[in-house]
Design a binder for this molecule. Sequence first.
Ligand code: ZN
Length: 151
Amino acid sequence: MSDLRELYQEVILDHNKNPRNFGKLENHSHHANGHNPLCGDKLELFIEVVDDVIKDIAFTGSGCAISTSSASIMTQFLKGKTLSDTRHFFNDFHDLVTGIPISEEQIDDMGKLAVFAGVQEFPARVKCASLSWHTLMNALDSEIETAQTED
Ligand code: ZN
């Protein structure tokens, strides 16, 4: 178990140091800002949805290692996923970080997202890990569906 924990820590540190999909998306259909005042994490999320599939997704912002790596791993994971899969993984991720038991099969399906299982032991960190996901849901639930093509 401690080996696994070390591996998880390495993945989180790697994504914090070199966040994937970091930047703005000029052509996005959905957009939202997220803020976790408890820790000071700030996040801006851009999503391009085409035919109910996340074609592209990117984020900017600044925050702690947990929030940055969570946004990085989430964006990497969700690219190419359908919106219904995305909502399904939001629920699984929420259960994972808040300590609600989920099946081994669900954890397998979550790939690298599973590295945040350890967060449930640190209640103050749960909001750091889930900030990107809540921001994602706000973006997808917002009414603005028109892609922005110019400033
Ligand atoms: Zn944080």
